[in-house]
Structure formats: structure tokens, C-alpha cells
Design a protein around this ligand. Structure first.
Ligand code: TXD
Length: 319
């Protein structure tokens, strides 16, 4: 069987980590693409030189031309600029929207059959725009945020309870912003839902509230520590889990930004929901039942995403 091909658009912090993980896991041959000449080539060569020591077989190349992504099975997009001091959310939106336009055209021309995972912020709007610009089917274009937000939630819970991360599961839905929706009732430690865990005295309500708050601010916490950039190890690992589920038809149910066409009462937008990822891309969207509070949080989060999409449409009326 020929090796799969994984194209990484953006060879920055997350792009480089994605390449490293994809190599270590032997997911396929890897192409790193970036507009900054030399960086994708340099990172690809550096990683290739690590392969004899680690003992993984994967082609690693760097490129500054879209031809190099031809026939990719998976494309992961991190291209864009981060928010800098003095830059408004709309400034960032308009710059990264232009980046999505270029990336979407490249994917449309060279990798129309790929499963595309967008990571660029503001995530829920950028994945929506990327799907439009690329013209790929909506079930083949997804955004990564929920796996990361849930992983943060899981880690904080594991740390608080002293239980292995393997036995802690959590679900964080909605948009990738401060009003994301960590679902306490659907999150478990050793299979026990969090409200029952409080009754058992393993966790206090105060501690859980603090963990939910910390999860919501998880991205900002890392930015404040790093000062010069945002998180990249956990974001890259999260996107690789999504890519692996597609490439190996694992049919994992993961919280991803997926296109909604009626599910959760929403139409024509991308937002974080549990989705089954297999060889067909997003094969199913799981519609969990919300209680009144969860519904309210979800609707608020969707409103933020709609606001971002409206801003995109104002910048680019063709969308
Ligand atoms: O949960 C999530 N979705 C996220 C999102 C979690 C963490 C970070 N998140 C966002 O991912 C972050 O706000 C950024 O928008 C992306 C990528 O983060 P990263 O830390 O990798 O950013 P870098 O290091 O700045 O890398 C971006 C690269 C850089 O090398 C640029 O030269 C390149 O993108 N770039 C481009 N590549 C190709 N084509 C175009 N047009 C382009 N413009 C910039």
C-alpha cells in the first residue's frame, strides 16, 4: 500500500509540531508548506534528519509552491498571522480571511479529495471561510478546537482528582472562544459523571467551577506565559488525533468544529459538536440533549460565531 500524504499549510510552531508527530506516528509522507521561503525546507530537513534516530520512515519535504501538496490525503491548515498588540479582532479577521482565500484556492486546485483540518484563528469563522473558498464538501472540512479545549478540561480534572488522564473524559462544545461550552454532565472520571463525583465528595462544586473557568481561558493562560506566541504542542496533538481517525477509519467521536445543516437547530455555520470521524470525513454528528443552562450557553456561543461570520461577509461580500 502506498504511503498516505499529509500536507501542512503553515510551517510555524504548530506546523512543525504536526510534522514531527505525523512522522513519529508514521502517518505518511509529509509536505510542509509556507510562504516564508526556507522555513518549511529547513524544518523538513531537520525532521528528516531525526528519523534515523527515532527509526521512522516518512518522506519529509518543504515547499513554497502549492504544486507540492498535489494529491494530499489530509491537509492541516495553520497558516495565518497571530494577533499582535494594537490589532483589533477585525484586523486579524481580514488578514487571515485573505490567507484562507489563498489556501482554499491551493487546496481546490491540488488536493480536492483531501480531508481538511483548519486550525487558524478565529477558528469557527476561518474553517467556514476555508470550506467556501476551497469548495470542498462540508463533511471533508473541519476545524480543530474542541479536542484541545476538552484535553485541557481533562487535564485539569485529572490533576484535581489524582486520576490517570486515561480515565478522564470530557466534552467541550460550542465556538472556540471564551464562551465555549464545557459540558459538566457529559464529562466523567472513571466513567462517573462529574455531578455524581461531587456527591461522592471527590470534587467540590467550587473546584469544578474554577476548572471550567480555567478551561475557558486555557488558550490565554498559555499566551500569558509564553508571551511571544500561543500553544502548539497540545493543538498539534489534537489535530493529529483527528487526522488519524480519518486516515485509519477509526470512527472516533471527537468534538470538532463541524458544518451544521439543521443539527442543534443551526444551519450553514461551523461550531464545535461531537462528530464521528472516519474514512468518509465527518460521517455523523452526535446531537446530545442539553438542559436549559447548557442550551443557553450553546446559543450564546453560536451567537459569537455568527458575529464572526457576519464580519467575514462584510469584508468579503462574495462569501
Ligand atoms: O484551537 C485552536 N484552533 C488553536 C488555534 C490553538 C492554538 C493556536 N491557534 C491558531 O493556530 C493561532 O492563533 C494561529 O492562527 C494558528 C497557527 O499557530 P502557530 O503558533 O503555528 O502560528 P505561527 O508560528 O505564526 O505559524 C503560522 C505560519 C507562519 O509560519 C507563517 O509564515 C505562515 O503561517 N503563513 C502562511 N503560510 C502559507 N500561506 C500563507 N498565506 C501564510 N501566511 C502566513
Amino acid at each position: 500500500m502506498a504511503r498516505k500524504k499529509i500536507a501542512l499549510i503553515g510551517a510555524g510552531q504548530i506546523g512543525g509540531t504536526l510534522a514531527h508527530l505525523a512522522g513519529l506516528k508514521e502517518l505518511g509522507d509529509i509536505v510542509l508548506f509556507d510562504i516564508v521561503d526556507g522555513v518549511p525546507q529547513g524544518k523538513a530537513l531537520d525532521l528528516a534528519e531525526s528519523s534515523p534516530v527515532e527509526g521512522f520512515d516518512a518522506g519529509l519535504t518543504g515547499a513554497s509552491s502549492y504544486e507540492a501538496i498535489a494529491g494530499a490525503d489530509v491537509v492541516i491548515v495553520t497558516a495565518g498571522v497571530p494577533r499582535k498588540p494594537g490589532m483589533s479582532r477585525d484586523d486579524l479577521l481580514s488578514i487571515n480571511l485573505k490567507v484562507m482565500e489563498a489556501v482554499g484556492a491551493g487546496i481546490k486546485q491540488y488536493a480536492p479529495d483531501a480531508f481538511v483540518i483548519c486550525i487558524t484563528n478565529p477558528l469557527d469563522a476561518m474553517v467556514w471561510a476555508l470550506q467556501k473558498f476551497s469548495g470542498l464538501p462540508t463533511n471533508k472540512v473541519v476545524g480543530m478546537a474542541g479536542v484541545l479545549d476538552s484535553a485541557r478540561f481533562r487535564w485539569f480534572l485529572a490533576e484535581a482528582t489524582g486520576v490517570s488522564v486515561k480515565d478522564v473524559h470530557a466534552m467541550t462544545l460550542g465556538g472556540h472562544g471564551d464562551d465555549m461550552v464545557p459540558l459538566v454532565r457529559y464529562s466523567t472520571v472513571g466513567g462517573v459523571p462529574l455531578p455524581a463525583l461531587i456527591e461522592m465528595g471527590w470534587l467540590t462544586q467550587e473546584k469544578l467551577d474554577a476548572i471550567v473557568k480555567r478551561t475557558r481561558g486555557g488558550g490565554g493562560e498559555i499566551v500569558a506565559l509564553l508571551k511571544t506566541g500561543s500553544a502548539y504542542y497540545a493543538p498539534a496533538t489534537s489535530a493529529i488525533a483527528m487526522a488519524e481517525s480519518y486516515l485509519k477509519d477509526q470512527k472516533r467521536i471527537l468534538p470538532v468544529a463541524a458544518y451544521l445543516s439543521g443539527q442543534y437547530g443551526q444551519n450553514g455555520l461551523y461550531v464545535g459538536v461531537p462528530a464521528l470521524i472516519g474514512a468518509g470525513g465527518v460521517e455523523k454528528i452526535v446531537e446530545v440533549k442539553f438542559d436549559a443552562t447548557e442550551q443557553e450557553m450553546f446559543v450564546k456561543s453560536v451567537a459569537s460565531v455568527t458575529g464572526l461570520i457576519d464580519a467575514c461577509k462584510q469584508i468579503q461580500p462574495a462569501l
